[in-house]
Design a protein around this ligand. Structure first.
Ligand code: NAD
Length: 371
């Protein structure tokens, strides 16, 4: 339909918290050339909340084969993302999937493989349309820091109480979502990490499983990452810390980029620190550095921006901002951190997806304990 049709007919599957948010955006006409034509949920009561002129289905297969949609937005719990996306691709539909793409790498691979060449496959990583993160990505791509030497991210601003977890359902269990803070709260952070800085080749992590809460999955993580060029990274996440920190720092020979409190700070060295180390004769000298003003946009389209881009990709063949094939990296980082945290062993990437699936299966069945 690229180029010919005037709008995309979209079906949303999973009309809970996040699905409900997307449905509102669509019904309010916030996404140009995208029309909500169908809804699907296994729970008919939830569908009953919508009186609007939209077809409702409890069978996803029927919605996919109804002929009234061109694309689906998947907003169900994570394990269902894989079978639903594959079903949609089989029906010739385009797919926009909520994060995380999948619970484990083997499922993510299946989804990517199932996508026909002429269909669009995107993932809801709305941090990719945030002006701050876009700017940092551009600065790293433009080599503003030269050789990157260290990456730090602290994502401890995800505080949750026992009351949140006691809400039950599919959250915070191996069976229900295949992990904790890494799979539920942190996919955006980890995607931004790999989108901007690329993938490490080795991960060693320390995870607390139910360290602060009455849950079986990880709620506290410190991961060390190693890159082939010698750069190292530290990623910290927790749902048990208040006030918590949201900080992303990238250091390179030419300076430092820092995002904290919704602000970007760029400190530039007058010369390469790595060259300076070798050349200076002064034992206590250091390269001069100063803060450089960076212009950052103020408009953050959030989820709407990703749905708009998905629509434009279908109709005008625009490049996807957050393609499905990229999202496997976040899944891989998450899986590697959980595996390393549970076994105490470092993990070399690429991760063996089938081995991780087996390991996760043992956690789900109770054959193995993570903590
Ligand atoms: N991008 C973001 O900012 C963001 C924020 C929150 C949640 N999410 C993601 O959205 C997804 C849903 O999270 P939520 O908080 O909306 O969950 P939720 O529990 O509030 O809603 C899930 C809905 O899916 C339905 N459902 C479950 N299995 C189904 C199936 N097989 N077929 C059809 N319907 C099914 C449930 O009945 C429910 O209505 C998760 O993957 C989550 O990670 C993304």
């Amino acid at each position: 339909m690229a180029g010919s049709s005037k709008h995309v007919r979209l079906g949303v599957v999973g009309v809970g918290g996040m699905g409900g948010h997307h449905i509102r955006l669509l019904l309010d006409g916030k996404v140009r050339r995208c029309r909500l034509t169908a809804l699907c949920d296994v729970n008919p009561e939830f569908l009953g909340r919508y009186n609007d002129d939209v077809e409702k289905f409890t069978s996803f297969r029927k919605m996919c084969r109804s002929g009234i949609i061109d694309a689906v937005l998947i907003a169900t719990p994570h394990y269902a993302h894989t079978p639903l996306a594959i079903e949609a691709f089989r029906a010739g539909l385009h797919v926009l999937c909520e994060k995380p793409l999948a619970v484990h790498k083997a499922d993510a691979e299946k989804m990517i493989k199932a996508c026909p060449r002429n269909r669009k496959f995107a993932v809801m990583f709305q941090m990719r349309v945030s002006p701050l993160f876009k700017k940092v990505k551009q600065m790293i791509d433009d080599d503003k820091l030269g050789r990157v030497t260290r990456i730090n991210m602290i994502a401890t601003h995800w505080f949750r109480s026992n009351a949140y977890y006691a809400g039950g359902g599919w959250r915070a269990t191996w069976k229900g979502e295949g992990g904790g803070v890494l799979i539920n709260q942190c996919p955006h952070d980890l995607d931004a990490w790999q989108w901007i800085c690329g993938m490490p080749t080795r991960i060693h992590s320390v995870c607390g499983f139910g360290k602060w809460h009455n849950i079986e999955v990880e709620d506290d993580v410190t991961a060390i990452m190693e890159y082939p060029g010698g750069a190292t990274g530290v990623f910290v996440a927790s749902t048990g810390e208040a006030p918590g920190v949201g900080r992303f720092e990238i250091c390179g020979e030419l300076g430092r980029i820092l995002i904290e409190d919704n602000e970007l700070r760029f400190t530039r060295n007058a010369s390469s620190a790595l060259t300076f180390i070798k050349k200076t004769k002064n034992p206590f000298a250091r390269p001069a550095s100063r803060d450089i003003a960076v212009r950052v946009g103020t408009r953050n389209p959030g989820h709407r921006g990703i749905i708009q881009n998905f629509t434009d990709a279908i109709l005008d063949n625009k490049p996807l901002i957050s393609p499905g094939r990229d999202a496997i990296n976040q899944v891989e980082l998450t899986n590697a951190m959980i595996y390393s945290g549970a076994t105490g062993q470092p993990v070399d990437l690429p991760l063996n997806g089938r081995a991780y699936k087996r390991f996760l299966g043992e956690l789900v069945s109770g054959k193995r304990n993570a903590g």
